[in-house]
Design a protein around this ligand. Structure first.
Ligand code: AMP
Ligand code: TRP
Length: 326
């Protein structure tokens, strides 16, 4: 069985983009893969976090993983900082990556944009992500499109180390959804939907009430030509709605557009509202139950033990290859 690894940062406001780009894949892959899903708290602290809030957000994401259908009996669910191999391998990989390739990362450029003092962690973050993946001999990494460049870097580092130290790491592949890989902000479809945008109507959070879902989608930015057609470049707003609908229904964006020929944007929006409300309802119901249960922390402890057993084997191999320790 092939091994899957992915992670989500515990930073609140998990949204439709996270779900359609990543979490939905997590659930699908469980059927025929050995899956490891991480809550990457060490990534979250690349920017300042309130410690109390971070603790809550870790449990929120763990509960959401389970609420969308990740089954802790099938998959490993754990918190990154409970397995020390992530930080340890992160350092080893830092010594095998170049500052030049890290400065070229578009996410780093966007997050550091023009500032004088930028945290070192923000720069080395993709190396820690590579460590997360390589620590588990991962074959497949389900993520949204925004992580493509980071996956490429991970592959480059793995190939580089394999060259120098002989077969040390499995070289992983990214896995991206056809329709959900890049969900755009509803208020500005030229930007990706994000957890941190100030306007709450830019995103649908997975726990949003039906009324909020309706409001955000009905006021989503479109355009003035009135034609329902999939054309991300010229019609980003309408194309984003078609993408969301397609990701929920499995119908292609072209087929959906054809079905709506001659109808107005309002008609399309109403169906997107209904599809979103229907999809999120069971997730919200499950979440409320799981988040309050005592089982949650036990799942994370068990997950950490299972993850650590795999990670330790890799670290033993890495230490030997690099001549570390005695
Ligand atoms: P993050 O919230 O940055 O930890 O992202 C968690 C997962 O969601 C990653 O696999 C991201 O690539 C994915 N993701 C984040 N934003 C979007 C988006 N707007 N559309 C699709 N996938 C996304
Ligand atoms: N960098 C990813 C994001 O911001 C989260 C992440 C950290 C991740 N480590 C990972 C995703 C390992 C996949 C595999 O979305």
């Amino acid at each position: 069985m092939k091994r899957v690894f992915s992670g989500v940062q515990p930073t609140g406001n998990i949204h439709l983009g996270n779900y359609l780009g990543a979490l939905k894949q997590f659930v699908e892959l469980q059927k025929d893969h050995e899956c490891i899903y991480c809550i990457v708290d060490e990534h979250a602290i690349t920017v300042p976090q309130d410690p109390k809030e971070l603790q809550q957000h870790i449990l929120d994401v763990a509960a959401l993983y389970m609420a969308v259908g990740v089954d802790p009996k099938k998959s490993i669910i754990f918190v990154q900082s409970s397995v020390s191999g992530h930080a340890e391998l992160g350092w080893v990989l830092c010594c095998n990556s170049y500052t030049g390739e890290l400065f070229r990362m578009t996410q780093f450029k966007a997050k550091s944009g023009g500032k004088e003092s930028v945290g070192t962690g923000l720069l080395t973050y993709p190396v820690l992500m590579a460590a997360d993946i390589l620590l588990y001999d991962t074959d497949v990494v389900p993520v949204g499109n925004d992580q493509k460049q980071h996956i490429e870097l991970c592959r480059d580092i793995a190939i580089r180390v394999n060259h120098k130290y002989k077969d040390t790491f499995v070289v992983p592949d990214g896995r991206f959804m056809k329709s959900g890989a890049r969900i755009m902000a509803l208020d500005d479809p030229t930007q990706k939907m994000s957890k941190s945008a100030i306007n709450v109507h830019s995103r649908i959070s997975l726990l949003d009430e039906d009324n909020k879902i309706k409001k955000s989608i009905m006021r989503a930015t479109t355009d003035s030509d009135g034609e329902i057609r999939f054309d991300p470049e010229n019609k980003p707003g309408v194309s984003n709605l078609l993408n969301i609908y397609s990701a929920f229904s499995g119908e292609s964006v072209e087929d959906i557009a054809a079905r709506f020929a001659g109808k107005g944007y309002g008609d399309l929006k109403k169906e997107v509202v209904a599809a979103t409300q229907d999809a999120l309802r069971p997730i919200k119901d499950n979440y409320a139950q799981i988040r309050e249960s005592d089982e949650l922390k036990a799942v994370l402890r068990d997950g950490a033990d299972r993850a650590n057993a795999i990670a330790e084997k890799t670290m033993k191999r890495v230490r030997e290859k690099f001549g570390l320790g005695i």
